[in-house]
Design a protein around this ligand. Structure first.
Ligand code: 5GP
Length: 189
């Protein structure tokens, strides 16, 4: 997606060969118009997949997932990273290792909002090692849903997540697959 790639080249900053900072339009300040374009692109790419529900992981997945759900006219569900005292009934959880926090957290889904037979599109902001996606998929499948697609705004294609998901049989679409990055440069596949 050219618009997104140009924005990454303009404002993204590789903090190292492994971590990309895009907090001016995706992770802290959010460019809603760009997220709308991302949502429309996901909707276009997964138009033939018979999706019934868009699911994401808080917090940076919410903007692109909401725009995807809007474009597809479908409900959106947010998997939580922390459990609140008001969320205790009907939840399922899976430990996931956080790439950015370098620590585990309990990914949490309320089963009321995903039903057996649902065909889910899982949307997130970044794909690195695939920990978040595999954790989300495990919960969604435990709830009886089928994950028919995984969409990521940015994929660091040199890290193993995208290949591992595809090897496991999941369809993955990355709007901006980064092949290589480092101080002062970012390259796309
Ligand atoms: P994974 O679970 O695939 O290893 O990592 C994906 C998650 O970690 C995403 O949900 C995202 O929040 C975060 N993440 C991974 N790599 C990066 C990165 O380079 N920059 C930012 N901002 N977040 C990242």
């Amino acid at each position: 997606m050219e618009l997104l790639k140009q924005r990454i080249l303009k404002e993204g900053r590789a903090l190292s060969e492994h971590v990309l900072l895009v907090d001016s339009f995706l992770n802290h300040q959010v460019d809603v118009k760009l997220m709308k374009a991302c949502g429309e692109e996901f909707a276009h790419r997964f138009a033939d997949a018979g999706i019934t529900r868009v699911v994401t992981i808080e917090s940076s997945g919410i903007a692109p997932a909401a725009m995807t759900a809007l474009a597809m006219d479908l409900p959106m569900v947010i998997m939580k990273k922390s459990v609140s005292s008001i969320l205790s009934d009907g939840i399922i959880q899976k430990e996931v290792f956080s790439f950015t926090k370098n620590a585990p957290y309990l990914l949490t889904l309320k089963t009321d909002f995903v039903k057996p037979g649902d065909r889910v599109l899982l949307i997130d902001d970044f794909m690195a090692n695939g920990e978040a996606a595999f954790g989300g998929i495990a919960l969604l499948e435990q709830a009886g849903a089928e994950v028919v697609g995984v969409g990521t705004v940015i994929a660091k294609a040199f890290q193993p997540g995208m290949d591992k998901l595809r090897a496991a049989g999941y369809r993955v679409e990355a709007l901006a697959p980064v092949s290589r990055m480092g101080e002062g440069f970012i390259e796309f596949q």
